[in-house]
Design a protein around this ligand. Structure first.
Ligand SMILES: C[S@@+](CC[C@H](N)C(=O)[O-])C[C@H]1O[C@@H](n2cnc3c(N)ncnc32)[C@H](O)[C@@H]1O
Length: 507
């Protein structure tokens, strides 16, 4: 952002009753991070860097569009998912200077490095990773055609024909969806707050679509009692831009009320880096405050947190990745919060090579009882207990299986050589789902080569390599366990032999 752009945003913010200490904080460009906030003086812990009135946040609660549309808001399904907020943003932008948020919307990015906007050729580089199936382009487009387009057509007074191409196109819909995905906050109504218009999609019982905002917010300023301030939301598990089909299984009560998803001017200028947070947004009855959670030295970047997600989610939602030193058993640079997903069907396939009976009944029972069809491995390289339990279930003798089904209890996650051997086959099969090997990826990102890669390709290689290293690390541990138990087995045979010979000699 040019110095002029930053000063225009600050000017607009102050005009709208935002309060910012411009001697403490500036907005500058950080190479590779876009714009960000910088400390201009030493900032002490608990200092309020800026604050804004709640009505300066942009959401389906604060925009007047839902009220203007009345009953049609719900009739078009705009109270569910992000379609309503995206429409509010497109409508506010189409109003130009008449919109209260014109100065803010003008400062929002118009381009993203997220896979949602990648060419097919770059997307192929992500094959095998957790990103591909979660991009959500199809679901977003369905919402655009089924909810937004009919709503827009029904109100030419609000959406005049001459504004449609520039402000209400599918392209603008995706762009605003990505703005929400990478910049929104979870802002709940203050308890006792007046409900404006029950028909305008604001009532709480309609809380039935799963989507989360991009960043954390706390309900009290830390000054009062920092350690007890409850964090309202765990942002580690983030869903898609719109439609959110991948969250179908999420519990209803865990789902975020779409009206709580809010764009928060100025707060969304803060970047984030793994475990670097030094400021956080807190809310009070009438305002939101960005407060330093640590002392920040002059010249340092002011970092928020995006919940330290794995690189697959960072890339999908924000378009960047984190690279920091990994902890044992892994080494090198990566994201310590990385994960790799392993589908249960790989477990079924691996067991089916070792047994002769039909497993369908057990699989159906598992899906009913455990409801786990994807297992998540982390950088600690431990086998998930649920995966071990499924293996044990599938390996049980007919008699054991009959008992399990009768007791309705999942098998205990105990490993033995059979379980280890199946797990090795599962992870080896999972590694084959990536089109390249670990060595090939390491070659691509070694010093001297990485600089030759496009940004998208570099991001894709880091994401897939992060997942593969977890698989490789876990395989290493499993093979070591097999070797140890084989060693124990041989020792046991030797001991038994010695004992037998000893008994013979005595006779
Ligand atoms: C909430 S906005 C922060 C402000 C943003 N940099 C801007 O220029 O408007 C989130 C976006 O900032 C960028 N970003 C944040 N943290 C980053 C990091 N550690 N490395 C690279 N880019 C980062 C990503 O583009 C992300 O989508």
């Amino acid at each position: 952002m040019s110095a002029e752009g930053a000063s225009q945003l600050l000017h607009w913010f102050q005009q709208q009753h935002g309060v910012v200490d411009t001697t403490s904080m500036g907005i500058v460009d950080f190479p590779g991070h876009g714009r960000g906030a910088i400390a201009l003086t030493d900032i002490p812990e608990d200092y309020t860097i800026f604050s804004l009135p709640r009505d300066l946040t942009l959401s389906t609660r604060t925009s007047t569009l839902p009220t203007l549309m009345g009953k049609a808001w719900k009739e078009h399904g705009l109270h569910e998912g992000w379609a309503g907020l995206i429409l509010c943003m497109m409508w506010e932008e189409s109003r130009g200077a008449d919109s209260k948020w014109s100065g803010y919307l003008a400062a929002l990015p118009n381009e993203f490095d997220t896979p949602m906007f990648w060419a097919e050729e770059d997307l192929k580089e992500l094959q095998g990773t957790a990103v591909v199936d979660k991009i959500g382009r199809h679901e977003a487009e369905r919402d655009y055609h089924e909810k937004v387009t009919p709503a827009v057509k029904s109100r030419p007074d609000l959406f005049p024909q001459e504004k449609l191409a520039q402000h209400l196109s599918l392209e603008r819909y995706h762009l605003n969806g990505s703005r929400i995905l990478s910049r929104s906050f979870h802002v709940e109504k203050w308890r006792g707050e007046h409900v404006e218009d029950a028909d305008a999609g604001d009532d709480d019982e309609d809380n039935d679509e799963g989507e989360d905002s991009a960043m954390d917010i706390d309900p009290q300023p830390p000054v009062a009692d920092k350690d007890d301030a409850p964090v309202l939301e765990d942002t580690a598990n983030q869903p898609d831009e719109a439609g959110f089909e991948d969250d179908e299984d999420e519990d209803e009560e865990d789902r975020e009320d779409p009206a709580d998803v809010a764009m928060v001017p100025m707060a969304d200028m803060l970047n984030a880096r793994f475990e670097s947070e030094n400021a956080k947004l807190f809310y009070e009855e009438r305002e939101l405050k960005m407060v330093a959670t640590k002392p920040i030295k002059a010249g340092e970047q002011i970092w928020n947190t995006y919940g330290d997600p794995p690189n697959s989610d960072l890339l999908r939602r924000y378009g960047h990745i984190d690279l920091v030193p990994l902890r044992p058993p892994l080494s090198g640079m990566g994201n310590p919060e990385d994960v790799v997903e392993v589908r249960a069907d790989l477990v079924v396939a691996a067991v089916s090579k070792k047994v002769k009976y039909d497993m369908q009944e057990r699989v159906d029972w598992w899906l009913e009882e455990a409801d786990d069809d994807v297992f998540v491995l982390r950088t600690d390289c431990e086998l998930p207990e649920e995966l071990i339990s499924l293996e044990r279930l599938l390996l049980q003798s007919k008699e054991e299986w009959a008992k399990t089904a009768k007791k309705s209890k999942l098998p205990k996650p105990k490993v033995d050589v059979d379980v280890l051997s199946v797990a090795i086959d599962v992870l080896a099969a999972r590694l084959k789902e990536y089109p390249t090997s670990i060595d090939e990826d390491e070659d691509l990102i070694k010093a001297g080569s990485m600089e030759l890669l496009s940004l998208n390709k570099k991001h894709a290689v880091v994401v897939r390599l992060g997942e593969k290293r977890i698989l490789q690390g876990t395989l290493k541990q499993l093979r070591a366990q097999v070797a140890a138990s084989a060693g124990n087995g041989k020792k046991r045979v030797r001991d038994e032999e010695r004992e037998r010979k000893g008994k013979k000699a005595k006779k």
